[in-house]
Design a protein around this ligand. Structure first.
Ligand code: ASP
Length: 581
């Protein structure tokens, strides 16, 4: 038998028991005559002692154990003379009477401790060792809990889990596909799914009524810091539903997860239209943990002879509470911050509302004290506040102001990762125009239906049509999104037409779905949550990588298995892929 107990469960009530434990040597200390081993497994750490006077040979063997050796120890549970109240097993230790080395270990390339000396790269290369460390292991366990609770809730609400294929068909919509050559069909390729969207809709045509899947999706996008080429979604679809049904079902899911996983009771989700989110937060993913809403300063700042403002399409301001004491140096640094290429503004204008009631701005030359007082009033600033103003072209200024707001929120410590503010963002535009090609694109995807109130605008003014779509946003992060779908073939055809598909293209790429719509497709809708991201939010850190057992690095590589990697000439030949050598 390898073990009678695990390394995390023995306590004072077990004193006197004979036990056998197995695990890894975390560390050993040799204190002249006594050798102490901290033995670790998934469940915890237990101290084991070897006494030179009583068991000389055994003690000798223990002294030779290296870090991360895998051992089995038998002995008696005894009460410790110096207890460690920080450890669940800290009241006891095992007085060893037998020791087997099950497998030795090389010296690990970094310490397997909560705070390790290993850098990112080495830990990724030896991910299996990194996973032995508590903070890393706990994130994987949190993910497991989230997945189980998701299944529990959805199963309890009548959803059935269905697996959809991984080898599917490439379509040019959306992101780039990862493709897989087909050996048996020379010159032809499968694509890996960017999401099971069309399959889950077909399952509704099949009458399965409520579907879900915790599913891998693949997108060959240029990588950003928090993106993984393969990621996991909680993918769901329901029949005979309207928007309200979806919102309440999935608000229920998120509430269930917060209660069961975090022990937090979240309030009813706020709802905000896309337009309101853009106006107040400059962002369709509003972080509601703090205010600092965006104000349009144009009515009081334009037409006063200050060229920067007079030429600007947008003049936006935020009020940073209690920050009027910002020094010249700090303001200069902030100005540099907005001038960085990522933000791209040409400057930053400020108004200090000093606590003595006086006003000081960076544009005193152009604006009278009365003008500045009007600014203060329009943005509802108090004495002691700092008003920050950006001006320029509309889209750029909105985006920059949103970034500045988040930055100031960070600086003021207003974005606590352990506080959760969840909301629905509704009424997105159905379509957006690509400025370069002049073509309409579906903002969500081409299967999304229009808000029923706007359906008549589809042919007359497509840009004004609101989508029957919704995003769930938690702390400024989009965690999920979906829509009520089109279920009528003619309407779906019209949508493809609007998106610039020829009849033949639409038929070749999505004919299977449109044909299915002719056999009694029920009204349906759904949503998908980014599971990795949801886990990282619940874990209170931003990097989704940490919540994936074997993630890719920022260049899309798995440095542990060294992938992607070249194929042999033989393999390529077999796949009918010619190589330029
Ligand atoms: N398939 C969509 C996505 O991946 C989500 C949905 O509409 O259900 O974003």
């Amino acid at each position: 038998m390898y073990r009678t107990n695990n390394c995390g469960e023995l306590n004072i009530s077990n004193v006197g028991s004979k036990v056998t434990l197995a695990g890894w040597v975390l560390r050993s200390r040799d204190l002249g005559g006594m050798t102490f081993i901290d033995l670790r497994d998934r469940y915890g750490i237990t101290q084991v002692t070897f006494n030179m006077d009583e068991e000389a040979a055994l003690c000798q063997k223990a002294m030779e154990l290296g870090r991360e050796f895998v051992i089995r120890v038998s002995g008696t549970v005894v009460e410790r003379s110096s207890k460690n109240p920080k450890m669940p097993t800290g009241d006891i230790e095992i007085k060893a009477s037998e020791l087997d080395i099950l497998n030795p270990s090389l010296v690990p390339p970094f310490t397997i401790e909560d705070s390790t000396d290993g850098g990112d790269d080495i830990r990724m290369k030896y991910r299996y060792l990194d996973l032995r460390r508590n903070p890393v292991k706990e994130k994987i366990m949190l993910r497991h809990r989230m997945a189980q609770e998701t299944r529990k809730y959805l199963d309890g609400n009548g959803f059935i889990e269905v697996e959809t294929p991984v080898l599917i068909k490439s379509t040019p919509e959306g992101a780039r596909d990862f493709v897989v050559p087909s050996r048996m069909n020379p010159g032809e390729f499968y694509a890996l799914p960017q999401s099971p969207q069309t399959f889950k809709q077909l399952l509704m045509v099949s009458g399965l009524d409520k579907y879900f899947q915790i599913v891998k999706c693949f997108r060959d996008e240029d990588l950003r810091a928090d993106r993984q080429p393969e990621f996991t979604q909680i993918d769901c679809e329901m029949s005979f539903v309207e928007r309200e049904d979806i919102l309440s079902t999935f608000e229920g899911l998120v509430k269930h997860l917060f209660t069961t996983v975090k022990g937090i009771d979240i309030p009813v989700l706020e709802r905000m239209s896309y337009t309101e989110a853009m106006e107040k937060y400059g962002n369709d993913k509003p972080d509601l943990r703090f205010g600092m809403l965006i104000n349009n300063l144009a009515p009081v700042a334009k037409g006063k002879g200050f060229k920067v403002f007079d030429d600007a399409e947008s003049i936006l301001a935020i009020v940073v509470p209690g920050s009027s004491e910002y020094t010249r140096k700090e303001l200069d640094a902030l100005t540099e911050w907005v001038k960085r290429p990522q933000i791209g503004m040409t400057g930053l204008i400020y108004l200090k509302c000093n606590s003595d009631g006086s006003l000081k701005s960076s544009v005193d030359k152009f604006f009278s004290p009365e003008d500045l007082a009007a600014w203060k009033e329009l943005v509802s600033a108090n004495d002691g506040d700092l008003v920050l103003v950006l001006a320029g072209s509309k889209n750029k200024t909105v985006k920059a102001m949103s970034e500045l707001r988040l930055e100031m929120g960070d600086r003021l410590g207003l974005r606590n990762p352990n506080e959760y503010r969840c909301c629905w963002v509704l009424d997105f535009p159905l379509l957006e125009k690509d400025e370069v090609s002049g073509r309409w694109h579906a903002m969500h995807h081409p299967f999304t239906s229009a808000n029923p109130d706007d359906a008549n605008l589809l042919t007359t003014d497509p840009g004004k049509v609101r989508a029957n779509a919704y995003d769930m946003v938690i702390n400024g992060v989009e965690v999920g999104g979906g829509s009520i779908r089109i279920h009528d073939k003619q309407l779906q055809k019209k949508m493809f037409e609007l998106l610039g598909f020829s009849d033949d293209e639409a038929q070749a790429q999505f004919g299977f779905l449109m044909n299915a719509f002719e056999y009694g497709a029920p009204p349906h809708g759904g949503i998908a949550f980014g599971f990795d991201r949801l886990c990282s939010l619940f874990g209170g850190t931003e990097t989704i990588r940490d919540f994936i057992a074997f993630p890719k690095n920022n260049a899309g590589r798995d440095v542990m298995i060294d992938s992607p990697s070249p194929l042999t000439v033989e393999q390529l030949k077999e796949l009918n892929i010619s190589v330029n050598k």
